[in-house]
Unconditional design. Sequence first.
Length: 173
Amino acid sequence: MNGKILIAYFSREGNNYVGGNMVNLPVGNTEVAANIIAERAGGRLLKLDPVKKYSEDYRICTDEAKQELRSDARPGLVALPDSIDEYNTIILGYPNWWGTMPMPVWTFLESFDFSGKTILPFCTHEGSGMGRSGADIRKLCRDAKLGTGLAIHGSSVHNAKKDVENWLKKHGL
């Protein structure tokens, strides 16, 4: 696979559920994984920051996320590039929230034309894997090539370098 790489990701630091416990993360697990991917594959990092921040309280945040999913919300994002035309490969990262991607990721995917691009999804989770996010990406980006996703346990994200390397190699990166 050749061409430029964009690593677009949504991540949430602060009060999070990790390994069965509530912990305060200075950097969100998905951002940790995105940085590992950038170290291995290169590419431009693009953090998908919602205009309206989620609650710092984990339980309130999960309620907010559930409400967004139920209402099919498309939260505004702080900064998006004018175009992604220069990128052939989009490595797309997110935590698994309620069985799929957080709604800011949907906003990103609906903001651009992914025709002819390769999307490689990865997610962090605490037991739910990729959920239905692959099917949701396929539905939103019908004319993109969707690669096999990588699900990383959030509690072991700092030890995921080998898994990331193998996944990237599998996709020619």
